[in-house]
Write a protein that binds this ligand. Structure first.
Ligand SMILES: [Zn+2]
Ligand SMILES: [Zn+2]
Length: 465
């Protein structure tokens, strides 16, 4: 018998983790933090059903922290076994986990200052830098397509998921007394035809599929319209000698925007205007993308081989020091400043917004989802004034909210992903989506493939006899 226990991302999109109890071993697929909501921190501090001393191996689908952010916690609890992932995922996860550690430290220091003045005892850190390093030392590279025995009776193979660099779907083959059963975990499935990465590779055979459902209720907005709008804003800024500030996620979104800027320059839609990459995280992530050119799709592979992309991005400058970053405040003329964090809550981008929002001749592009309660959301909602570092800042710049750059497959692409495996009638479990998304996708799957998917909740167990 095989038993699956879900540690998160059931009825929501964060906190991914699935514990696979096979007859001879226990394996964990992903172990991410919860994000958003008042109790996210508390839930992220829990190992849930995972026992560090009863775990044989961990496999990661990709490096987003809602898929790997609880691993330092597991290391702090004594886990020292292997963590299998693609080399690119190990690279990016090391970066993102170190960053998570720094954010956690800063948050904790702030919270403890507050507690001290309120006469309360200080909170302890959930994990330290040493635990992040321990996770990194546990990393075992498993390139796409290679089958590897990862625990007694369990073989793993990773396939392209097209979501971020190194992202994978996980296939686990479980052997028990002469029978072999295949479990597939989709991970986050990327869109088809997007630049930089290859398209996701759907499964060909499975007894059970655990599948994400982020965009289960709708198709994502077409990327072509978003890209056209992005180009128009760039051209307008060039004409009016305006600056553009773009708060972008460091991994994936930043590289996609650089790709589209390069394309606009190459095709003559805009002249090569100065582009500043001003975020240590985004720079490190972009270097990780550059280290893994073997994962690029055909188009970008060609542009790299011929030196074209380097030529297109001649005007790209990586901003290193804080002084250099500050000097951008006084810059005149058209330019693009790409900076983290994605929802404008922290990092150098907050300073850039403070020095840009009040200007009439300036643009701010929000290239994705902005969670409620964030500065990014206030700007997306058209707030005439916002608070930055406790001071009011009037919004005179033009704010554009572009939502078509998603790294997730839309409903139609999710249904297509199942085409190859559906005729075998596998058990199907939907995760990683809010309840509406899961319910709608479940109906569509039933109509098209005749399979009734299961929708587990927190603490649910799925058994395969
Ligand atoms: Zn993801
Ligand atoms: Zn995810």
């Amino acid at each position: 018998m095989i038993r699956l226990e879900f540690c998160g991302a059931v009825g929501e999109v964060t906190g991914s983790g699935c514990l696979v109890h096979a007859p001879a071993a226990t394996v964990l697929v992903d172990f991410g933090v919860f994000q958003g909501g008042a109790d996210a921190r508390e839930r992220s501090a829990s190992l849930g059903p995972v026992r560090a001393d009863r775990l044989d191996a961990v496999v990661l689908t990709h490096a987003h922290i809602d898929h790997c952010g609880r691993l330092p916690l597991l290391a702090a609890a004594g886990y020292a076994g292997p963590v299998f992932a693609t080399p690119a995922t190990l690279d990016l996860a090391a970066l993102l986990l170190a960053d998570l550690g720094r954010i956690q430290e800063a948050d904790l220091a702030r919270e403890n200052r507050r507690r001290r003045s309120a006469g309360l005892p200080p909170l302890q850190a959930l994990f330290g830098a040493a635990d992040v390093e321990r996770v990194r030392d546990c990393g075992r590279a498993l390139p796409y397509g290679q089958a590897r025995r990862i625990a007694p009776g369990i073989t793993a193979r990773l396939t392209e998921a097209g979501h971020i660099l190194g992202s994978a779907s996980v296939e686990l083959a479980v052997e028990e007394g002469g029978t072999r059963r295949v479990l597939v975990f989709s991970g986050d499935i990327g869109p088809c035809g997007a630049p930089i990465l290859r398209d996701p590779v759907p499964p060909a055979a499975a007894d059970l599929v655990v599948m994400e459902s982020t965009y289960g209720a709708r198709d994502r907005p077409p990327q072509a319209g978003t890209v056209a709008r992005f180009r128009e804003i760039l051209a307008e800024a060039v004409r009016s000698h305006a600056r553009i500030v773009i708060p972008a996620f460091a991994v994936g979104r930043t590289q996609l925007l650089l790709f589209y800027i390069a394309e606009a320059i190459r095709e003559g839609a805009i002249p090569p205007l100065p582009v500043f990459l001003d975020s240590p995280m985004a720079t490190a992530a972009t270097l990780a993308y550059a280290r893994h050119q073997e994962l690029y799709d055909e188009e970008l592979g060609g542009l790299v081989r011929t030196g074209q992309i380097r030529h297109d991005l001649q005007s790209l400058r990586v901003v290193e020091s804080v002084e250099e970053s500050r000097s951008l405040n006084d810059r005149r003329g058209a330019c693009v400043i790409i900076s983290a964090a994605g929802m404008c809550e922290a990092g150098r981008v907050v300073h850039h917004l403070r020095h840009t929002l009040w200007r009439e001749n300036a643009h701010v592009i929000l290239p994705g989802y902005m969670a409620p309660g964030t500065l990014g959301r206030a700007l997306a909602d058209g707030a005439p004034q916002v608070d930055i570092f406790g001071e009011p800042v009037v919004v005179r710049a033009t704010v554009h909210h572009l939502s078509g750059f998603s790294a997730h497959a839309g409903q139609g692409e999710l249904l297509d992903w199942l085409d190859g495996v559906a005729p075998q009638g596998p058990r199907l479990v939907l995760t990683h989506g809010d309840d509406e998304a899961r319910t709608v996708l479940r109906e569509r799957i039933h109509e098209r493939h005749g399979i009734l998917a299961e929708c587990p909740g927190p603490g649910s167990v799925v058994t395969l006899p």
